[in-house]
Design a protein. Structure first.
Lengths: 116, 113
């Protein structure tokens, strides 16, 4: 049981390049989230999904897009990377669809992204 | 004003000490409270999860919620060097459908051998 797995773990991009971060969870959770973590700012929600085929904006969505084509996967895309997007990105999942409500979030180990 | 305030530390203590980590919050609607431990270059790991007010104990860890003061605490007894990490508090409202978890910025703890 792997929990939440993020791919890749590290990446360096040049300004203007695009990339996709992949998050996979094997806990049958309905909700999935993408956060960024920056020094002194804590975890900030980028986008989230409450179920397969649905996505919504969080606190800091600009410059990012997401897709949830399968329940277990949540993809975060950067269309044209900017230095301000240098950060550590965390995926999380929560809310078991078998009726166990109010479950806390489980996190992956992050993707460290540098934009030059 | 942030919804959740947490002293960033670092907090340095000798091995075996009792550690007290705290968060204050402003939204009285928060009902669920969590503590996460985050090691360097790792994701947050859930330590404690409590509902409303009161205490919850798990091994060396005790979580305490005082809703009247809007104040939550995590106590670590007999602290070990392996407890050295950043501790994040988090909270959410009662609605089971809510997506919104509010996180503190984390307190960095160093336990010295």
């Amino acid at each position: 049981n792997a929990g939440v797995t993020q791919t890749p773990k590290f990446r360096v991009l040049k300004t203007g390049q695009s990339m996709t971060l992949l998050c996979a969870q094997d806990m049958n959770h309905e909700y999935m989230y993408w956060y960024r973590q920056d020094p002194g700012m804590g975890l900030r929600l980028i986008h989230y999904s409450v179920g397969e085929g649905t996505t919504a904006k969080g606190e800091v969505p600009d410059g990012y897009n997401v897709s949830r084509l399968k329940k277990q996967n949540f993809l975060l895309g950067l269309e044209s990377a900017a230095p301000s997007q240098t950060s550590v990105y965390f995926c999380a999942s929560s809310y078991n669809s078998l009726g166990q409500s109010n479950q806390p979030q489980h996190f992956g180990d992050g993707t460290r992204l540098s934009i030059l | 004003q942030k919804e959740v305030e947490q002293d960033p530390g670092p907090l340095s203590v000798p091995e075996g000490a009792i550690v007290s980590l705290n968060c204050t919050y402003s939204n009285s609607a928060f009902q669920y409270f969590m503590w996460y431990r985050q090691y360097s270059r790792k994701g947050p790991e859930l330590l404690m999860y409590t509902y409303s007010s009161g205490n919850k104990e798990d091994g060396r860890f005790t979580a305490q919620v005082d809703k009247s003061s809007k104040y939550i605490s995590l106590f670590i007894r007999d602290s070990q060097p392996s407890d050295s990490a950043t501790y994040l508090c988090a909270m959410r409202m009662a609605d089971p459908g809510t997506y919104k978890y509010i996180f503190g910025t984390g307190t960095r703890l160093k336990v010295l051998a």
